[in-house]
Design a protein around this ligand. Structure first.
Ligand code: CP
Length: 309
């Protein structure tokens, strides 16, 4: 295998990436970050057509994939599911084949149903990248989160990361557990019992009941919003009560000023996080967004080697 490729020619799940893959992506992301001001536009994807197929809303992921592909000189187009022939009864598979006939080679897919990127990869010779599928996975979010921690702490091995909030409905939590464990982090969850995954033994992470104890334990807290669009029923007594017991405020940073906070966004300020913390130096939300572009450039560049680029 050439040195510059990854172990799989697609990215459907965080489990597709081993330790070496992740470090290759980090190295390439750093290269792009260090050189973007002088080079502006790279030609890694010149002649490659990238389709953004987002069947569910997105700001960060969609825009950063679009920008990343354009900075690598790809031809990029965006498929709008709401105004497509899906509404006339065309199937997902026929939609894929239609797009593929236009010689699209890379499909970046977000879908509300778990497993759609895997299904599409089985039916195309192109490259599928999972940009978030249902409650299943969001592997590029985990990569950019881990890259942010790697740059901040220099190494992730032994780092204590506590994921707080709605873990049950979170694809970000699932991908981060895999990626951060691969890099040697120690993981914990802090959440109401009703928002913890049922199969906790599979996840094999520590459980910390009280938020104050979680903050004491952790080097990093990764805060998640309540994903009410994925909840079937009321799993918490009230949003106000969730915020009281699981919301991060200045009090936590006063107690532990060195604490680092990540949040994948979008943030529901006033619920899981106090708005006054949005510009606090150890709250790295904007850094995560910035790193997302370089991580996605790195991923696209490395995967495009499989297309002969
Ligand atoms: N973090 C994340 O996936 O954000 P978007 O839904 O805005 O893409």
């Amino acid at each position: 295998m050439p040195e510059e490729t990854l172990s799989h020619p697609y990215l459907l799940s965080s489990e597709d990436l081993n330790y070496d893959d992740i470090l290759k992506i980090f190295k390439k992301a750093k290269y792009f970050m260090d050189n973007i001001q002088s080079v502006k536009k790279f030609d890694d994807l010149k002649g490659v057509t990238v389709g953004l197929a987002f069947f569910e809303s997105s700001t960060r992921t969609k825009l950063s994939f679009e920008l990343s592909a354009k900075r690598l000189s790809a031809d990029v187009f965006s498929f709008q599911s709401s105004s497509s022939s899906l509404s006339k009864g065309e199937s997902l598979l026929d939609t894929l084949r239609t797009i593929e006939a236009m010689e699209v080679q890379v499909f970046i897919v977000r879908h509300q149903n778990s497993g759609v990127p895997v299904f599409l990869q089985k039916n195309t010779s192109g490259i599928v990248i999972n940009a978030g599928d249902g409650k299943h996975e969001h592997p590029t979010q985990a990569l950019l989160d881990a890259f942010t921690l790697h740059r901040r702490f220099k190494k992730i091995d032994g780092l204590k990361v506590c994921i707080i909030g709605d873990i049950l409905h979170s694809r970000v939590a699932r991908s981060n557990v895999n990626t951060l464990k691969t890099l040697g982090a120690e993981l914990a969850f802090c959440s109401p019992g009703t928002l913890l995954p049922r199969e906790l033994n599979v996840w094999n992470v520590n459980i910390i009941d009280e938020l104050d104890d979680a903050v004491d334990w952790a080097d990093v807290v990764m805060v998640l919003r309540l994903q009410r669009e994925r909840m079937d029923s009321g799993l918490i007594p009230s949003v106000k009560e969730f915020s009281k017991y699981y919301g991060i405020t200045f009090k936590h940073f006063t107690k532990k000023p060195e604490l680092v906070l990540l949040h994948p966004g979008p943030v529901n300020y006033g619920i899981e996080l106090d708005y006054l913390l949005s510009s606090y130096p150890n709250v790295l939300i904007q850094t995560q967004v910035k790193h997302g572009v370089f991580i996605r450039m790195a991923l696209l560049s490395l995967l495009a080697k499989n297309l002969g680029h």
